[in-house]
Write a protein that binds this ligand. Structure first.
Ligand SMILES: Cc1cc2nc3c(=O)[nH]c(=O)nc-3n(C[C@H](O)[C@H](O)[C@H](O)COP(=O)(O)O)c2cc1C
Length: 327
C-alpha cells in the first residue's frame, strides 16, 4: 500500500488531509452533463487505472477522478522502462501500454467505495491482442460491466501506446464503437454521459471528421487531449530523446497543442457540449487558459508529478476568486 493510501486509512485522516490540500468553496460547484462536480478540476486517466486510489486522490481536492484506461482482460503493458522524466521541459514521456488488472477488478474496487459526492469516470479501451476489427466488443464489454459503477464514460481511441489504436479515430470504426455503446445506453433506465478522448495530433480536417461522428452519435462531450507524439521545441537533449524512444509526451510542452484543439472544438460545437480540457496544467494560469479556450472542466496528471498535491487547491482557489469577482 502506498503512503497516501495508508494515511487515508487512519481514522479521521482523510478529512484532515482534505482540509490541508483541498480547497472547498460552493462557488466551484460545476454542473455539466447532468452531473454535479464539487469543483471543475479532475484527475486525468492513467494515474488510477484500477480504481485503487479513489479515496486517496479525493483527499487532494479533486472534483472528479477518471479511472482507467481499463481493458476487458488484465494485461501487463509494455516492457520496462516505460516512463521517463524530462525535468527541463516539465514533461513526461510514457509508453505504459494500458497496463491494468482488467475491468472486473475495477468494478470490484469501485463497488466497494462508500457513496460520496465525488464524480468518478470510467475510461475504457481495448486489449492489445484484440484486432481493431473486433475492438467494438472490448469497448462494449467494459461499458456494460462498468455501467452501474461510474458516473460517466470516456472512449479512449487516442493513446499512442497501443499499436493501431489511433486509427479507431477514423469515421467508420469510430461510428461503429460509439453507436454500439449508445444503443446499449438507450436500453438502460439510467443515463450515463458518454465522451470521447482525442489526440492532440489530429489535423483540423481529421478533427472535423471526429466532430461529425460525435454530433451524429449525440455524444455528451470530448476530452482534449491525450499525449502527443510531437517532440517539437523541447529543451531536453535530442540524444536523451533518442535513447528514450517512442511514447506519448505530456506536461508543459503539450499545453499549446491542447489549447489549440480545445479552441477548435469549442468553435465548432454547441454550447451545451461539454469539453474537458487536459494538457500541461502546471500552474493556475494554465488552468485558466484551458478554460478561456472553452473547456468547461479540467484534468491534470503530469502537473501533479512536478508541482505536487498543492496544485489542485491552488487552481481551485484561483478559479473561485475569479468566479466571485465576475458574479
Ligand atoms: C504515465 C501516464 C499514463 C497515462 N495513461 C493514460 C491512460 O491509460 N488513458 C488515457 O486516456 N490517458 C492516459 N494518459 C494521458 C493523461 O490522461 C493526459 O491526457 C495527458 O497526460 C495530458 O495531461 P497532463 O499534461 O496534465 O499530464 C496518461 C498519461 C501519463 C503521463
Amino acid at each position: 500500500m502506498d503512503q497516501l493510501s495508508l494515511l487515508v486509512k487512519l481514522p479521521g485522516m482523510a478529512g484532515i488531509l482534505k482540509q490541508f490540500w483541498g480547497f472547498q468553496d460552493e462557488i466551484l460547484t460545476t454542473k455539466r452533463m447532468g452531473l454535479e462536480f464539487t469543483n471543475p478540476v479532475g484527475l486525468a486517466a492513467g494515474f488510477d487505472k484500477n480504481g485503487s486510489y479513489v479515496p486517496s486522490m479525493s483527499t487532494l481536492g479533486f472534483g472528479f477522478i477518471e479511472a482507467g484506461t481499463v481493458t476487458p482482460r488484465p494485461q501487463p503493458g509494455n516492457d520496462l522502462p516505460r516512463l521517463f522524466r524530462l525535468p527541463s521541459d516539465q514533461a513526461l514521456i510514457n509508453r505504459m501500454g494500458f497496463n491494468n488488472r482488467g475491468v472486473d477488478i475495477l468494478v470490484e474496487h469501485l463497488s466497494a467505495l462508500k457513496p460520496s459526492p465525488l464524480v468518478v469516470g470510467g475510461n475504457i479501451g481495448k486489449n492489445k491482442i484484440t484486432p481493431n476489427a473486433e475492438a467494438v466488443n472490448d469497448y462494449l464489454t467494459c461499458f456494460k460491466k462498468l455501467y452501474d459503477h461510474v458516473d460517466y464514460f470516456v472512449v479512449n481511441v487516442s493513446s499512442p501506446n497501443t499499436p493501431g489504436l489511433r486509427s479507431l479515430q477514423e469515421k467508420k470504426p469510430l461510428s461503429e464503437i460509439l453507436s454500439t455503446l449508445q444503443t446499449y445506453k438507450k436500453s438502460q433506465s439510467r443515463s450515463r454521459p458518454l465522451l470521447l478522448k482525442i489526440s492532440p495530433d489530429l489535423s483540423f480536417s481529421q478533427l472535423d471528421d471526429v466532430l461529425e461522428v460525435v454530433s451524429d452519435q449525440k455524444l455528451d462531450g470530448l476530452i482534449a487531449t491525450n499525449t502527443t507524439l510531437s517532440r517539437d521545441d523541447l529543451k531536453t537533449d535530442p540524444q536523451k530523446l533518442l535513447r528514450i524512444g517512442q511514447g506519448g509526451l505530456s506536461g508543459a510542452p503539450l499545453h499549446q497543442l491542447a489549447c489549440k484543439s480545445i479552441a477548435y472544438v469549442r468553435k465548432h460545437s454547441p454550447k451545451d457540449f461539454t469539453i474537458i480540457g487536459v494538457g500541461g496544467v502546471q500552474h493556475p494560469d494554465d488552468a485558466l487558459r484551458l478554460m478561456d479556450q472553452g473547456a468547461d472542466l479540467l484534468q491534470l496528471y503530469t502537473g501533479l508529478i512536478y508541482q505536487g498535491p498543492n496544485l489542485v487547491g491552488q487552481i481551485n482557489r484561483t478559479i473561485a476568486e475569479l468566479r466571485r469577482r465576475d458574479s
